[in-house]
Design a protein. Sequence first.
Length: 201
Amino acid sequence: MSTNPTQHTDLFGPHLKSGEQLLWTGQPKQGFVFTGIDYVAIPFSIIWLLFSAFWLVLASIGDEDGAAWVFVIVGLPFFYVGLQMSVIRFYMDKNRRAITFYAVTNQRAMVIENYNPPRNYMYEAADLFDLRINRRNTNCDLLFGIWKIPQRKRTNLFYWPYGIVSGFRMIEDAAPVMQLLENLRDHKTHTTEPNLNQTNL
């Protein structure tokens, strides 16, 4: 979802530097989200989960010599991985997007994950050299860099199988936000608020 720049002032205000002004704030799309790659990832993860569950069942019923617990212990991590890939990751992703907030100022881009304590990621103009748009119907991902952002600045927005990137994920009204980021990258950003009522990409 996209918002006006004053809606999350209480969250971003304490992080603003002298002379810095909010131009845009927003959040990712909320709720459970399925993407194109899930059409491949979900069947793969279900097969993985069923195979690991089958392994555990066979190991637990075949304990004739008392050594089955070894095979159970070996199989448990594979079962957990399958469970994480097929079910848990959707809840983790949903919960993470619910506490993730984005902002663009006249000096930098900001991402705050409102955990306790919060995780703050600040991107100066020099960090925005690889801007890209990944379109998702009415929502877009605005990517700052793929494997190029320093580790300490990676927001790791995507869980498996989406990859590891930094940027604004699943936002509406992406066109004016992308323009703000491009202006910031090119050192053209000023304090005039953009027209956030433009048509979505």
